[in-house]
Design a protein around this ligand. Structure first.
Ligand code: COA
Length: 325
């Protein structure tokens, strides 16, 4: 059995910035409240004509360049998202077409904000099992399209963006461990009520704003801290390492208070946590790969370093992975 490793990483975020001060003009909130409760200062918003696969395409082109891999070498595309261009077909198929990755299979994977960790786990398995040699793993979202900008408890948190990675077979271990988990009992604490088969689109669902994200923030917060801590420690142990051997922790960028609580519980110093939450807010499936790209490009994560990724999201779902970069 071979191993799976990262060959390249790329990301893309829309140019348009929505700052806390901008939000003060449309809802009853303040820069001070958002900053102290979440750590977010601004988020990026896609133009009306831009869909998730457009951001995924830009991030994928950068990842392929970074990996020095031609698109003809890609065996498959796994795309984590909760905001696909359409309910079907998958955004991964649109990405496959735009990239011209004719030989690649393509599918979307829906695992809330853990989408990239789930996609990474699936891709690792396909590579280590010998079925695939090179895969494109993407997390991409246009959450602004499902945001209720009249609900101050959610619209302040989320933003748009995409991150993509090229994975390949390797003689030496690159992804040292990966762990996933889920608890479907709490699905209705973070969800979009309408537009699926349970509640198809109707005049009523539109009137009731059923096509926007809904969340019980306090409950999600508590569960996120517990699950990110437990899965991170599980992934570290599975990699036969201890927390002090982690060079950089790249968590899902949801809320700095969640990151701080987890960091303290795992016992990592502040300088070992990467955060770009202030610039992008929570970009769901895209948050870990965007942060990873910025960590690598800024020199915070260097060749040979050990990184810990973790995420938590709707479902509930969670995942963590330990990687030698
Ligand atoms: N601006 C100003 N006040 C706001 C506000 C906003 N944007 N949003 C909520 N409030 C108010 C509430 O109405 C409430 O007022 P009240 O006490 O008069 O009722 C007060 O602030 C406290 O609200 P609460 O929901 O208890 O705040 P909180 O400290 O739990 O912070 C979140 C709210 C959403 C920031 C926080 O719960 C959170 O980050 N949860 C996790 C969300 C998350 O990360 N989800 C994705 C996981 S993948």
């Amino acid at each position: 059995m071979g191993f799976a490793k990262f060959l390249g990483i790329g990301s893309s975020t829309p140019e348009k910035v929505l700052s806390n001060v901008d939000l003060e003009k449309i809802i009853d909130t303040s820069d001070e409240w958002i900053t102290t409760r979440t750590g977010i200062k601004e988020r990026r918003i896609a133009e009306p004509e831009v869909a998730t696969s457009d951001l995924a395409y830009e991030a994928s082109i950068k990842a392929l360049e970074d990996a020095a891999v031609d698109v003809s070498e890609i065996d498959g595309i796994v795309l984590g998202t909760i905001t696909p261009d359409h309910i079907f077909p998958s955004s991964a198929c649109m990405l496959q077409s735009r990239l011209g990755a004719k030989q690649a299979f393509a599918f979307d994977l829906l695992a809330g904000c853990s989408g990239f960790l789930y996609a990474l786990h699936a891709a690792k398995g396909m590579i280590e099992g010998g079925d695939s040699k090179k895969l494109l793993v993407v997390g991409a979202e246009t959450l602004s399209k499902i945001m209720n900008y009249e609900d101050r408890s959610t619209c302040i948190l989320f933003g748009d963006g995409a991150g993509a990675a090229v994975l390949s077979t390797s003689d030496t271990p690159g992804i040292l461990s990966s762990c996933l988990g889920a608890n479907g009992d709490d699905w209705d604490l973070l969800y979009m009520p309408a537009g699926g088969s349970r509640m198809p689109t109707s005049e009523e669902t539109i009137k009731n704003r059923g096509h926007f994200l809904r969340m019980e923030g306090k409950e999600v917060f508590k569960e996120a801290v517990k699950a990110i801590q437990a899965s991170s420690l599980q992934a570290i142990e599975k990699a036969d390492l201890t927390p002090d051997q982690i060079d950089l922790f790249i968590p899902h960028q949801a809320n700095y208070r969640i990151l701080e609580a987890v960091r303290k519980r795992i016992g990592l110093p502040e300088e070992k946590v990467f955060s770009n939450l202030d610039k992008y807010g929570n970009t769901s499936s895209a948050s870990v790969p965007i942060a990873l790209d910025e960590a690598v490009k800024s020199g915070r994560l260097k060749k040979g370093d050990i990184a810990l990724f973790s995420a938590f999201g709707a479902g509930f779902t969670w995942g963590a992975a330990v990687v030698r970069w």
